[in-house]
Ligand binder design. Sequence first.
Ligand SMILES: *Cc1c(COP(=O)(O)O)cnc(C)c1O
Length: 374
Amino acid sequence: MDAREQVEDMLRPDLRGRTAYGAPQLDVPVALNTNENSYPVPHVVVVAMTRAVEAVASGLNRYPDREFTALREGLAAFLSRSGTAVDAAQVWAGNGSNEVLLHLLQAFGGPGRTALGFTPAYSMHPIITTTTGTAWVDGMRGVAGRGAFDLDAGAAVAQVREHRPDVVFLCSPNNPTGTALGLDVVEAVHDATDGLVVVDEAYAEFARPGTPSALTLLAGRPRMVVTRTMSKAFALAGGRLGYLAADPALTDALRLVRMPYHLSSVTQAVALAALAHADLMLETVGVVKDQRDRIVEAVAALGLDPVPSDANFVLFGGLADAPGTWRALLERGVLVRDVGIPHYLRVTAGTPEETTAFLDALAALVPTHAGAVP
Ligand SMILES: *Cc1c(COP(=O)(O)O)cnc(C)c1O
């Protein structure tokens, strides 16, 4: 037996034959495939982060503050700016919201339990779920007479009643479709289950005016959590800091599953420095939203089929062969995402220059790549 076969032999049976998360990390002129913020961290913040790291460096012989108290306070203050008061005891954080989601599944999922999500949604939800031995159920989006990727309260509740999951994932605005959920859907799903309702709001800062956050629903609902991240609007994907807000009793339960000292002193210092400059870190959100709206308009003008978006990306259909168009764009230096939905690709809204490069490349391809959608 070669090494690979021996490892396969030892592997948990439920992991055999699986493929790992793998958005390509290619060195291309225009990278619009993982919904990062294209703008670098502003110099003022770079200086503040550098000083903050310097200040903790000599103390790195000691473990970090296990309770990341200052960071929880900073995140609570940031969330409270939305108008919904959030207390530090309601906040939990991890190395990216992916780790926060992992903590939730470790605490509230596990063998013999089930999590339900409404597909297409964030590909990491089923991966994190099954990694913890929790069974995954693929729910469906799609509302007759409206968008193919919409989800309404009736359809969501029916699926929750049918599958009786222990954990329900709602993603709003949803990746990869960009569609936001009405709070009526979130409330109805919450009331239809005795389990945990996770509202993944990774893209909340990009939502169009009038799109409410589920933060406003948290009071009195200890089975609901809202997850956020500094990876997208906050332009800090490399800093790895995600967080959630929930009832203090729920965040307290997460202490049972996290590794001690999971947030390094460096991570805490960098995230705090970024939060201290929140307005500056979020300054590019307006430009990115403009580019998103520009993509929706321009892609429609090309005769393709964009999905209206409340996020920093646009899913668009109308392609005869999406993988073929993905490759052709890459040959022109533009990396987008093939999320596996036939005839659709997803593109991140970047700088105006990147958006122009994408739209020019796409316009050149449309005559040969556009195709009938069934
Ligand atoms: C990008 C993304 C995340 C963020 O992941 P991090 O681990 O915080 O970088 C979470 N949820 C969704 C839906 C995303 O698209």
